[in-house]
Each structure stands twice: as structure tokens, then as C-alpha cells.
Design a protein. Structure first.
Length: 157
């Protein structure tokens, strides 16, 4: 990471790239996150491993154009729904995809709309009834095999 930010400093990117570090509840309130999202042109997560990506879902929910790496477990669903950009971890590929996103206003507008719709399928009002039904079935029928959670709307058009 240090080398990426060192390169950014050499290219005068430090004024345009915001490194927040951890946004734990102790350091950041909901308002702080909302302000950070509102001040951002895009949300990027170039993770080597991410089990779900709650911060990604928060960014999608507020309509922030989002790019994630292929290693974020929700990447395939994001790609299928066209709710965000999914790129490989190669710095040239990920950086190129991010640059394309930042340069293309129409792409960002479409992603914002589809991202909000995609994230709505994962909010508690959509997921809780499914979870409750799964627990009821498990209590009556025994464990499900395999147990796979799906968003309320599998496909967003």
C-alpha cells in the first residue's frame, strides 16, 4: 500500500485521493460516513479477500458508483446485476477500470441507479422475512442442504 500512495504523491494525486483508514464506530458516526460518501465520486475496494463487503453495500445503497475486485465475494452478483464495476487485482487493470469509471459520467449515473436497486434487495426489510422463513423451515424440516442466502431480487434490470 505504501508504494501506491507514494506513487500517488509523485503524481499530485494526494489532493484527489482520500485515505480514510478504518471507519470503525469509535472513529466515525453515521453522519461522518454520509459526508464521506457525499464527497466521493466513486467507492473502490481492491481487496484480496472480503467475505461480503458491508461498506460496499452501504456505498451502493446511497448510489455511489462502486468498483470492487473479483475477490470480494459479492462481486459476481454485482457483475450480473450491473450494479458496479468488477475488476481484477492487477494494479493496471483495477486502476484502468477506476479511471474509466471516473471519466464516464453516463456510466456513473447508470451504476448509481442500478446500485441503489441492487442494495435494496439486501436491506433488512427484504432479507429478514427470508431469514425467518428459512428458520421456520429448518425447525420443521430439519437443516437445509445447502443453505444459500439470496437477495430478495436476484436480478435487477
Amino acid at each position: 500500500m505504501t508504494s501506491i500512495f507514494a506513487r500517488g504523491s509523485r503524481r499530485s494525486c494526494e489532493r484527489r485521493v482520500w485515505r480514510t483508514g478504518s471507519c470503525s464506530p469509535d472513529r466515525s458516526t453515521k453522519e461522518d460516513r454520509a459526508d464521506a460518501f457525499a464527497a466521493s465520486a466513486a467507492w473502490a475496494l481492491s481487496s484480496y479477500t472480503e467475505n461480503f463487503g458491508v461498506a460496499v453495500m452501504e456505498a451502493l445503497a446511497v448510489g455511489l458508483p462502486t468498483i470492487v475486485s473479483t475477490e470480494v465475494n459479492i462481486a459476481d452478483a454485482i457483475r450480473r446485476s450491473r450494479a458496479g464495476v468488477v475488476a481484477g487485482l492487477d494494479p493496471a487493470e483495477f486502476g484502468g477500470a477506476l479511471l474509466n469509471l471516473l471519466r464516464d459520467h453516463a456510466l456513473r449515473a447508470g451504476l448509481a441507479e442500478r446500485g441503489r436497486a441492487f442494495a435494496a434487495g439486501y436491506n433488512w426489510s427484504a432479507v429478514a422475512p427470508q431469514l425467518e422463513a428459512m428458520y421456520r423451515r429448518a425447525r420443521v424440516d430439519g437443516p437445509l442442504s445447502p443453505c444459500v442466502a439470496r437477495p430478495a431480487r436476484d436480478t435487477i434490470r
